[in-house]
Design a binder for this molecule. Structure first.
Ligand code: GDG
Length: 475
């Protein structure tokens, strides 16, 4: 990022921290995701302030914890407290039962509730009010994701004139789908109040432009650039770009090569010697295509008997959103499929599916990435999918094969050197499993080294720089 004097205000649904209480002692620690890692240095350098819901109850001594965080991490956090009912309606309800499925092309999973929508607006208004109280002239504001689409519009109502950027982490749907949302006009108008809108892929960027153009008659394209398009909407100019998110390549590469991970990976494989491991790692989510993947694996065993005893699928499912009924149903479906496959094919000394329903610690996650000869990243629809990139960055011997859904944002840049599949095509995915299994070493190395070089070049630090520089120029 150019050396600028602007203060950076980051806004997301959740603050990037974990607040915990063990035996009466409260603790706060920085979150461990790639986004937090990439943003921390920038936040420190630019007197950063991160605004969001702390995710803990009123009993936590929040002021004290936040001061401790500032002293340790070098930037400030500002909480937006939410009541339980607000979390229920704004977060679980409208964000996760309406926008999430709609934007992932899964209309059948959508719940269109007026009350949830009203709470979503109120909470976005609350975020805006909080930001307006703390922001100063010259600040750069960067809002994250679909929970906060309307914050920009409410900020303008509060008279905030600063540069406003928004990054959308999930896909943006086609016009046909977006129009189904009863409140589509308010949402798209709200987004047009930002100065810079960032999407994951060119497809998302085009979908958004098409929606804005069709639904808001006074919108026109005034400039096209490879990475962004400038729209005029009334008196406003809005830049709409695509900025594919990435990971901290060096961090994954170095940690995956460490002795600790090396040993853990060796143990994982030792238990299943002479076999190739196929790996799936996903949050429990119906967008990730886990049942379809299990069906494809089952089909591969039936269609290619030479795979029997030679291949095992390790499927890690991280519990997520278990409050939402569709997620509980999905868990039942996965349990049943795993049971069916193992019951049909297991033999003494060979279990076809190793199913882990919990979060792995970092060493174990990396060890799984390293130990697996093949990764199955087959979401039905995904903004980007960082697991695909993390798997490649951890493949330090260049010998992994990535089977990747054509409907993951990651397919845009990784598609040529992965084996691309349509996750709904069970037969085709079964064939890709067999192709990966029999792929010669020289071809694995050729494909994986190109994938790794690309992620190394386009890492998350570059992503942050590009977004902030474009935002600075947008105003
Ligand atoms: C949203 C968009 C977009 C997974 N299992 C474990 C574990 N993980 C970590 C992975 C990875 C993250 O969770 C999952 O990231 P994804 O990108 O795959 O998916 P979403 O959570 O849906 O993220 C997505 C992303 O935002 C960023 O813009 O790519 O499309 O949906 O980092 O490593 N971490 C640990 N143990 C596990 O068992 N520690």
């Amino acid at each position: 990022m150019s050396q600028q004097s602007h203060r950076l205000l980051m806004v997301s649904n959740r603050l990037p921290v974990v607040v915990s209480c063990v035996e009466g002692r409260w603790d706060i620690s920085a979150g461990s995701g790639g986004l937090v890692t990439a943003l921390s240095p920038v936040m420190k350098q630019n007197d950063g302030l991160w605004i969001g819901w702390p995710g803990c109850g009123e009993e936590a001594p929040l002021n004290e914890l936040l001061s401790r965080f500032r002293a340790e991490e070098g930037y400030r956090l500002h909480p937006v407290p939410l009541t339980e009912e607000e979390v229920e309606r704004y977060y679980w309800g409208f964000s996760n039962e309406t926008l999430w499925p709609l934007f992932h092309d899964l209309l059948g999973n959508c719940n269109f509730s007026l009350e949830n929508w009203q709470t979503y607006r109120q909470v976005n208004e609350r975020f805006a009010r909080t930001i307006a109280e703390v922001c100063k002239a010259g600040d750069l504001l960067w809002v994250h994701d679909y929970q906060l689409t309307l914050v920009g519009a409410y900020l303008r109502k509060h008279g905030v004139r600063q540069a406003l950027g928004y990054f959308h982490h999930i896909p943006f749907p086609s016009l046909d789908l977006f129009r189904r949302l009863p409140w589509n006009l308010e949402l798209i108008r709200g987004l047009m109040e930002y100065d810079l809108l960032g999407f994951q892929t060119l497809r998302d960027r085009r979908n958004f432009i098409r929606c804005a153009h069709s639904l808001l008659p006074d919108t026109e394209v005034i400039r096209r650039h490879r990475h962004h398009t400038t729209l005029r909407h009334g008196q406003r100019k809005v830049r709409v770009g695509h900025f594919p998110i990435s990971i901290d390549f060096d961090e994954f590469n170095d940690a995956a090569a460490s002795k600790e991970v090396d040993e853990a990976a060796w143990f994982l494989h030792e238990n299943i010697e002479g076999r190739q491991l196929l790996l799936g790692v996903d949050r429990l989510d119906y967008t990730k295509g886990i049942p379809e993947r299990l069906l494809a694996f089952e089909r591969a065993l039936a269609k290619y008997p030479d795979l029997m005893r030679k291949i095992s699928l390790v499927q890690v499912v991280v519990p997520s959103r278990t409050m939402v009924p569709d997620y509980r149903d999905l868990k039942g479906q996965i349990d049943q499929l795993v049971g069916r496959i193992n019951a049909q094919y297991s033999e003494h000394g060979w279990i076809p599916v190793h199913y882990v329903y919990r979060s792995l610690d970092r060493v174990q996650l990396l060890a799984h990435y390293r130990a697996a000869e093949i990764a199955l990243v087959t979401p039905l629809c995904d903004g980007m999918n960082l697991v695909a990139k993390e798997y490649c960055a951890s493949s330090v011997h260049n010998n992994g094969v990535l089977i990747l859904s054509e409907f993951a944002g990651a397919a845009d840049t990784m598609g040529e050197n992965a084996l691309l599949v349509n996750p709904y095509d069970i037969e085709g995915t079964a064939d890709a499993i067999r192709q990966a299994f029999t792929m010669p070493q020289h071809e694995r190395k050729r494909r994986m080294s190109v994938l790794r070089a690309d992620i190394r070049r386009n890492d998350v630090h570059r992503w942050v720089r590009r977004f902030i520089e474009t935002l600075q120029r947008s105003r």
